[in-house]
Design a protein around this ligand. Structure first.
Ligand SMILES: [Zn+2]
Length: 158
């Protein structure tokens, strides 16, 4: 049976990645988000607002609702979340088998488990800790695809 999905979860060197199963054009929907809401974050959740985090309904890679938890971070990502519409959108043209990633600091105010990035892009930030820790110039460069709750964070989080 032919899959209608745009992505598949691939296990590579003992960790999972999300890879395109077809060409996806810039601006196109990659997948819709679904999950459960919690007030606390963990390494798999996506921040939707102040004290509001989306969790996968299962941690099974075969379950569509879990796909977002397998997205890795890149400082030069090829997708972003439109959280108002629960959508992951292509930021660039994406080829078949290409890994899909997004910039964690565009949804997370403060990352629950900060890490050192090895994405290899020219503008790699190295220490990924969350939107809160970005310089004003980096915030500005990410502004077009940063979640509204972060852009309003000066007002909502104090
Ligand atoms: Zn990086």
């Amino acid at each position: 049976m032919k899959s209608m999905k745009n992505v598949a979860i691939i296990k590579k060197d003992n960790h999972y990645t999300v890879a395109a199963t077809k060409e996806i054009k810039k601006g196109e929907l990659i997948f819709k988000l679904q999950g459960a809401i919690s007030t606390v974050a963990d390494k798999y959740s996506i921040q939707l607002g102040k004290d509001k985090h989306l969790f996968p309904l299962s941690e099974n890679p075969l379950d569509d609702s879990s796909t977002f938890m397998f997205l890795n971070h890149s400082c030069s990502p090829n997708s972003y979340f439109n959280l108002g519409e629960d959508k992951l959108i292509a930021l660039k043209n994406i080829l078949v088998d290409e890994e899909i990633n997004y910039h964690y600091c565009t949804t997370e105010y403060e990352i629950s488990k900060p890490f050192t990035c090895h994405c290899g892009s020219n503008n790699c930030l190295r220490e990924i800790k969350g939107y809160k820790y970005l310089s004003e110039s980096i915030k500005y460069s990410l502004a077009l695809y940063t979640a509204t709750h972060l852009k309003n964070s000066v007002k909502i989080i104090s």
